[in-house]
Write a protein that binds this ligand. Structure first.
Ligand SMILES: NC(=O)c1ccc[n+]([C@@H]2O[C@H](COP(=O)([O-])OP(=O)(O)OC[C@H]3O[C@@H](n4cnc5c(N)ncnc54)[C@H](OP(=O)(O)O)[C@@H]3O)[C@@H](O)[C@H]2O)c1
Length: 241
């Protein structure tokens, strides 16, 4: 059994990914109030952690690469470091590119989801840093298997998926999103080609949301004019999934 996964994202009215590019708040609207909604709403879900893609995790993790010599061959098995009851900060990092430097991100225990292809030296670095890790198959692309392992190894029942667009798109394609929680800023980006909050990198004509349907289950206007939408993800009528 995998955890229940809520894709929780903030966006502009045109669905874009980078708040730094959005139009500023209108006169009298507090930018701080708008920003605060993201964490406050996230807390309402009572999730036991969050998941991000490698690029987003690289922006958050503050470690730097280092070389660890004479590392023995290590089995590609889950490694559970000292979690100490903390929520999980999960990075989907097939090639082992993120350097953590410590065992947490903002107080949440770091867990790397890796491909079996990563080097023994990288695994040794994670162990030294106190980071837990699991494997998502040889190439690190078995997202469903990785989610099932998170439930099995760490006992988590609900996780937030918090971007960026690429990893959200892959979770959608793999049918691993149970709910979308979308905070819409009273703002627009407007530039063609800027990433969106669900941005699957696929072939032309591909439909990552195929056989799925969204049902509106919540709509709230928050201070400053931010709109919080909740959508349950269901099997589309007539789909055989
Ligand atoms: N609006 C918001 O609230 C919000 C939230 C989060 C992030 N962001 C922003 O989003 C940007 C990053 O987003 P992004 O979409 O470029 O990257 P991302 O989703 O953070 O990371 C993508 C990377 O994840 C790895 N990955 C592992 N398995 C994957 C799979 N099955 N499918 C796709 N990727 C997989 C790949 O790493 P490898 O390349 O190593 O293979 C891929 O390049 C950042 O600038 C961040 O600040 C915004």
């Amino acid at each position: 059994m995998r955890p229940f996964i809520v894709c929780h994202m903030a966006t502009s009215i045109d669905g874009r990914l980078h708040p730094s590019r959005f139009t500023p708040p209108a006169k009298g609207v507090s930018a701080d109030a708008l920003r605060r909604h993201y964490e406050e709403v996230a807390d309402r879900f009572g999730a036991e952690g969050w998941i991000v893609g490698r690029k987003t995790m690289s922006e958050m993790a503050k470690g730097s690469a280092r070389t660890i010599a004479n590392v023995p061959a290590l089995a590609r098995e889950p490694h559970v470091a000292y979690r100490n009851g903390r929520n999980l900060a999960v990075g989907i990092d097939p090639s082992g590119r993120v350097h953590y430097g410590k065992d947490n991100i903002g107080g949440d225990h770091a867990v790397a989801v890796l491909g079996e292809q990563v080097s023994d030296a990288y695994l040794a670095e994670l162990r030294e840093d106190g980071v837990s890790f699991i494997f998502a198959g040889p190439k690190g692309d078995d997202l469903a298997g990785a989610m099932a392992q998170l439930a099995e190894v760490f006992g988590v029942k609900k996780l937030l998926l918090e971007g960026g667009g690429a990893i959200n798109g892959s979770f959608l394609k793999s049918r691993l999103i149970d709910e979308f929680s979308t905070l819409i800023y009273p703002a627009v980006d407007g530039l063609a080609g800027v990433q969106s909050i669900v941005d699957y990198h696929g072939a032309e004509g591909e439909r990552p949301g195929a056989a799925q349907a969204l049902r509106l289950i919540g709509c709230e206007t928050l201070e400053g004019g931010m709109v919080w939408l909740r959508h349950a993800v269901e099997d589309a009528p007539g789909s055989t999934a």
